[in-house]
Design a protein around this ligand. Structure first.
Ligand SMILES: Cc1cc2nc3c(=O)[nH]c(=O)nc-3n(C[C@H](O)[C@H](O)[C@H](O)COP(=O)(O)O)c2cc1C
Length: 171
């Protein structure tokens, strides 16, 4: 099997937002897509080791911020390279709280979702979710392949710098 063929599936890149015990949690997600229009439903594949998925299973509701093509690479490493178990990731980025859940400022769009079913895939859990609310801005969404092609080294460099200084480049 040519696994490169699977890289031809087009994804976006998103930040999921949840309410954890001590702070808001969340992580970067690419395995997220709309599957029906009316009613609007999406599926989201969550790695079982992730704290974000545990909270979604427990609480049901979460937000999705759609990353724009001009997103600062640190947003991706901040949410994708460390866990909410130990870190308040949202404290490092400009955000708003909408009905009790965090969304990124300057995103392309955001959704409020409610998990209605879940299927255990052993390494991942597939969430089936209803879109409760949606807001669209003017920015163009980031394409996952473009992140892989040209943004990944910058995301890593920004995270290494943050680990040294503990100062977010966005605040
Ligand atoms: C580019 C990128 C894409 C990712 N896509 C997913 C994904 O689709 N689903 C998922 O559960 N984790 C995905 N991750 C991994 C999580 O973002 C990462 O494990 C994060 O640290 C989990 O944080 P948490 O423990 O606070 O939930 C991705 C990470 C990166 C950098």
């Amino acid at each position: 099997m040519d696994k490169d063929a699977l890289n031809k599936i087009t994804y976006g890149l998103f930040v999921a937002g949840v309410q954890d015990t001590n702070w808001f949690g969340g992580c970067i997600v690419d395995a997220f897509m709309q599957v029906t229009f009316e009613p609007a439903t999406i599926v989201y594949s969550s790695m079982n080791k992730n704290r974000t998925g545990e909270i979604i299973l427990e609480k049901g509701e979460f937000t999705i911020s759609v990353l724009p093509s001009d997103v600062h690479p640190f947003v991706i490493s901040n949410f994708g390279y460390q866990s909410s178990r130990k870190t308040d990731k949202w404290a490092n980025v400009p955000h708003d709280i909408v009905n009790g859940l965090p969304v990124l400022k300057d995103m392309a769009a955001y959704y409020r979702c409610k998990m209605v079913d879940a299927r255990d895939l052993k390494t991942h859990t597939l969430f089936y979710c209803e879109v409760l609310d949606a807001w669209s801005g003017t920015k163009t969404p980031l394409v996952y392949a473009d992140y892989q092609k040209s943004m990944k080294p910058a995301a890593t460099a920004a995270f290494m710098e943050f680990q040294k200084t503990k100062i977010s480049p966005l605040l």
